[in-house]
Design a protein around this ligand. Structure first.
Ligand code: DOR
Ligand code: ZN
Length: 471
């Protein structure tokens, strides 16, 4: 039902659930997807939660009847590339004759000339071959210090206007004095003429002084505080073990409107590494949100459908960043056919269904989801060890990869929200005024690694051609 009608249902026993792009005959669509009955049962058992609904609604991706109707609908609109994408999605796991026939027919129809015509038409309306976005920001970035900082910062400052700078240096950035010193070193390492603005953060410890945090916020020095559960990731040893001991700081942050960026993984050795994010949400994040109302929280680098669903179930005080690499790789990329240390990061990439949930979130345009690359350089020598470091270095090719991924999902029109609009809105900052332009053409090549005085750093390889280049 549409928004105007939905607004008329206000009783306490009414639960509103969104089914975007499904049209007006919801009950028939739900029957087609075979979710109406389980949905009614869940409602009558009084356990129709947002999560339960989201899970049911997601079955549409595997439902032939729904997909066939969708394919016919977009085909009738002559949206040939979207039709191709749907067909490819359906035939991938097995045989699906109507989709294979349509794909063959389209392949024959879409001759090179045809493609060029489509491309030129799209270009004429400024959509396909050339896109101009407000300049992006990176809401989660590791810049390191010293030689490494000087070697890698230019790649971020070339494309991005601002970035939230992670404080996990050795030793970490824990006080406002540390943050001021680090900010000056970053500014000093910028290429001449760069207007890049580092948005500083403090590393939350059990000794953090709420007054110091408040003063750093009031002066404009810091834009967030970072919570690392102790032992969760690179240089997190000074992080938090007893969440009660940081409550005074969290309460002060809620009062002054300073966001908390959260590395959302529990570190208990009995919890499987692939479950650590989901367990963190239940055991740590949700309790913090309940006991500290009003605290603005960013779930950093989310990797699971559990995190996507949780973010969607909360109000606008909760945001979530998504990295470039988690939109592209799943755990098979790391482990199948030989171990790939350059795909190892934390939180570790999960199953394919989780990657798809992240793609759905990033390309949805929803305000709560925005880009945080978590670009985290380590030298090859430190990655290729018996106990190698976690981190993917994506600063160079992030924008090309994102354009490719959003195009593949038919969502280029949502790219700007993800990279340039949703983040500033969450952090209460203006969106950037200047722009960047991406153009589509022959595959762009990026260097396989960047040389630094500490040794080479491998650039993340998405595993597919990149046709979008930043001008
Ligand atoms: O993969 C990661 N690398 N995840 C983190 O949380 C930290 C980061 C780093 O600093 O290398
Ligand atoms: Zn990080």
């Amino acid at each position: 039902m549409d928004a105007a009608h939905a607004a008329m249902f206000t009783r306490s026993n009414v639960k509103k659930l969104r089914m975007p792009n499904i049209g007006s005959a919801l009950q028939f669509e739900m029957m087609k997807m075979e979710i109406l009955k389980p949905l009614l049962i869940a409602a009558s058992d009084d356990n129709l939660t947002n999560l339960r609904f989201a899970k049911l609604f997601r079955t549409r991706r595997g439902n032939r009847r729904y997909l066939r109707d969708l394919m016919q609908k977009v085909d009738a609109q002559e949206r040939n590339h979207l039709t191709q994408a749907i067909c490819n999605h359906v035939i991938a796991p097995g045989r699906a004759p109507p989709f294979e026939r349509k794909l063959k027919a389209l392949d024959a129809k879409l001759t090179a000339e045809d493609w060029l015509r489509t491309a030129l038409r799209a270009n004429a309306i400024g959509m396909k071959l050339k896109i101009t976005l407000r300049r992006p920001d990176d809401w989660h970035l590791h810049l390191r210090d010293g030689n490494m900082l000087r070697a890698i910062l230019p790649y971020t400052s070339k494309h991005f206007a601002r970035a939230i700078i992670m404080p996990n240096l050795v030793p970490p950035v824990v006080t406002s004095a540390d943050a001021a010193g680090y900010r000056d070193r970053i500014l000093g390492a910028l290429p001449d003429g760069s207007k890049f603005e580092p948005l500083m953060t403090l590393y939350l410890t059990e000794q953090t002084d709420p007054d110091d945090v408040a003063a750093a916020h009031a002066s404009g020095l810091i834009k967030a505080v970072k919570l690392y559960p102790s032992g969760a990731t690179t240089n997190s040893a000074s992080g938090v073990s007893h969440f009660d001991s940081v409550r005074p700081t969290l309460e002060r942050m809620a009062e002054i409107g300073l966001p908390l960026c959260v590395h959302g993984e529990v570190t208990d050795s009995d919890i499987d590494i692939f479950d650590r994010e989901a367990v963190f949400i239940d055991r740590v994040l949700d309790p913090i949100r309940r006991t500290t109302p009003g605290l603005r929280v960013v779930m950093e680098h989310i990797t699971t459908s559990n995190a996507v669903d949780y973010a969607r179930s909360q109000d606008e005080t909760l945001g979530a960043t998504i990295t470039t690499h988690h939109l592209v790789i799943n755990r098979n990329h790391i482990l199948a056919g030989g171990i790939k240390p350059h795909y190892y990061c934390l939180p570790v990439a999960k199953r394919e269904e989780h990657r798809l949930a992240l793609r759905d979130a990033a390309t949805s345009g929803e305000a709560r989801f925005f880009l945080g690359t978590d670009s985290a350089p380590h030298t090859d020598a430190n990655k290729l060890l018996p106990c190698g470091c976690a981190g993917c270095f994506t600063a160079l090719n992030t924008m090309s990869i994102l354009a490719q991924a959003f195009e593949e999902d038919g969502a280029l029109d949502k790219l700007e929200r993800f990279t340039s609009l949703n983040g500033p809105a969450f952090y209460d900052l203006p969106a950037n005024e200047d722009t960047i332009t991406l153009t589509k053409g022959d595959p762009v090549t990026y260097p396989s690694h960047v040389e630094t005085p500490d040794g080479p750093v491998t650039v993340f390889d998405p595993g597919f051609d990149l046709n979008w280049r930043v001008e």
